[in-house]
Design a protein around this ligand. Structure first.
Ligand code: PMP
Length: 420
C-alpha cells in the first residue's frame, strides 16, 4: 500500500453507500485512508506492510506457517527475544532509568484503575489515594478506587458525579495534596476531553511539593509521544491501543523501591487477584499467564519504526507538537470550526475535540460525510458517554497519535478548508 494524498478534488464522486458517521469504511482506493480515531487507531503503513510480508511466510520472511507470531508460544526463546527487544527499545527510547521496572499486564488501562488501589492497599491496609479528576478517564479511575480504599477527588472544580465527566475543559493550576495522602493519581492526557498536562503550560505537581506522597500517572494516550521526567514519577502506565499498536497490552513502569515493599508484606495478606498483582507479574517477567504474543511482535516493529523515523523522544515530541500546532492554527483561524478547549494552556496536542459550525447536527453530519468522501475516518466514535442527555453539543475529535504524519495533518486541513 502506498501513501497517496492528493489534494481535494472538487468533482470527486464517492461510491454510493449509506454513511452513519461512525463507520471507518474507506470510500475510495485512490485516496489513502486516514484514521484519526482516539483508539485503536492508525499504525504507520510501513509497519503494516512489514508484518504482512513476514506473516506471508514467503522466502524473505523469518517465519514458516506454524511458528508465526500468531502461533508462537510465550515460553519459546523466540518470543523471549521479542519481549526483551521491546523492553530494551522502550527503555532506551523513553530514557527510563534503571530504578524503574517495566512490567506488562493485561486488562488494559482499566485493569490498572483497579490494580493501583489494590496493590497500594496490599502495601498499606489503610491506603489513602488522592485523584486529580480532570476528565473521563481519571474520573473512571477515581470511581474504581472507591470500591477498595479511602480516596478523594482533590480537583472538585466541576466534579459533581460520574455523568458530568464530559464537562471538563481545564486542568488545576495548583494541586494541593493532603499530607496523609499515600498517592496522587493524575491522567497526563484526557483522551476524551482533550486536556493535557504539558511542559511550559500546566504540569503535574513536582516531587518537592508532594513530600512522601507517590505520583501515579495514566499515560495511556501520550506515552511514546513526549519526554517524561522520570525523576518526578513513581509509577506510570499506558494501554497499548494508541501508540503501541492494537489493544491487549498494558505497560506499567514502576519504581523498584515500590516493588521491594512487597517483600515485607506477609504472604497471607494477599487479596489482590493474581492478574492484577504487580509482584506476581514482576516475579515472573510478566509471563505469569499467557500474554498477547502477537501484540509484542507488532510493538517490536512499531518501536523500530519510531526509532528509525524519529531517532529519539525529543524529536518525536517536536514532530508531534508541530502536528498539533498546524491543526490548532487552522481551526483557530477558521470561522467554520471551533476548538472545544478554548484556553491553549489546557489543550491537548494529541486529541483535538472541536465543534463544526454552531454545533448544528446537520452541519456536523455533512462534515463527517465530506471527510468520509476523502477517506478521513474516526472523527466520531460511538462512546458510552452521552453528550445529548447532558444537553451538551457533541464535538468531533481528531487524534494525532504517532501513526499520523505531518503530511496527513496537512491533508486533513486541506479537506477541512474545502468544506462549505
Ligand atoms: N486511560 C486513558 C487516558 C485512555 O484513553 C483509555 C482508553 N481510551 C483508558 C485509560 C482505558 O484503557 P482500556 O480501554 O485499555 O482499558
Amino acid at each position: 500500500m502506498k501513501i497517496f494524498l492528493p489534494l481535494v478534488k472538487k468533482n470527486f464522486q464517492p461510491k454510493d453507500y449509506s454513511f452513519s458517521g461512525y463507520s471507518i469504511h474507506h470510500r475510495s482506493k485512490f485516496f489513502s485512508l486516514i484514521n484519526v480515531s482516539p483508539g485503536p487507531t492508525a499504525i504507520d503503513e510501513e509497519v503494516i506492510s512489514k508484518i504482512s510480508q513476514e506473516l506471508s511466510c514467503d522466502d524473505n520472511s523469518p517465519f514458516l506457517f506454524g511458528n508465526t507470531p500468531l502461533e508462537m508460544s510465550h515460553r519459546s526463546p523466540e518470543f523471549k527475544k521479542i519481549l526483551n527487544g521491546v523492553n530494551f527499545k522502550i527503555r532506551s527510547f523513553m530514557e527510563i532509568p534503571n530504578d524503574f521496572e517495566i512490567i506488562w499486564t493485561q486488562g488494559g488501562g482499566h485493569g490498572q484503575f483497579s490494580a493501583i488501589p489494590l496493590n497500594m492497599k496490599k502495601l498499606k491496609r489503610n491506603t489513602f489515594g488522592c485523584y486529580a479528576v480532570t476528565g473521563t478517564w481519571s474520573s473512571r479511575a477515581y470511581e474504581e478506587s472507591k470500591k477498595f480504599i479511602k480516596s478523594e477527588n482533590i480537583n472538585t472544580n466541576y466534579y459533581k458525579n460520574f455523568n458530568y465527566n464530559l464537562q471538563y475543559d481545564s486542568l488545576p493550576e495548583k494541586i494541593n495534596v493532603p499530607n496523609d495522602a499515600d498517592y496522587l493519581y493524575v491522567c497526563s492526557n484526557e483522551t476524551v476531553n482533550g486536556v493535557e498536562y504539558k511542559k511550559n503550560f500546566i504540569e503535574y505537581p513536582k516531587k518537592k511539593d508532594l513530600g512522601q506522597t507517590k505520583l501515579f500517572v495514566d499515560m495511556s494516550s501520550d506515552f511514546l509521544m513526549k519526554k517524561v521526567d522520570w525523576a518526578n514519577i513513581d509509577c506510570a502506565f499506558a494501554c497499548s491501543s494508541k501508540n503501541m499498536g492494537v489493544a491487549g497490552l498494558n505497560i506499567l513502569i514502576i519504581k523498584k523501591e515500590i516493588l521491594y515493599g512487597f517483600d515485607e508484606v506477609p504472604t497471607d495478606n494477599n487479596f489482590v487477584p493474581c492478574t492484577l498483582d504487580w509482584k506476581t507479574y514482576y516475579d515472573t517477567n510478566s509471563l505469569y499467564n499467557t500474554p498477547s504474543v502477537f501484540n509484542f511482535y507488532l510493538l517490536n516493529h512499531i518501536m523500530d519504526n519510531y526509532m528509525h523515523n524519529t531517532e529519539n523522544i525529543d524529536k518525536m515530541e517536536a514532530y508531534n507538537n508541530e502536528k498539533a500546532r498546524l491543526l490548532y492554527d487552522y481551526i483557530d483561524n477558521s470561522s467554520m470550526f471551533h476548538c472545544s478547549i478554548s484556553n491553549i494552556k489546557y489543550r491537548s496536542n494529541i486529541n483535538i475535540p472541536f465543534i463544526v459550525g454552531d454545533g448544528n447536527e446537520n452541519i456536523r453530519n455533512k462534515f463527517l460525510e465530506h471527510c468520509s468522501n476523502h477517506n478521513i475516518v474516526g472523527l466520531r466514535t460511538q462512546t458510552p458517554f452521552s453528550y445529548k442527555s447532558l444537553g451538551l453539543i457533541e464535538p468531533l475529535r481528531i487524534s494525532l497519535y504517532n501513526g499520523i504524519s505531518i503530511k496527513q495533518v496537512n491533508y486533513i486541513i486541506d479537506v477541512m478548508k474545502h468544506f462549505i
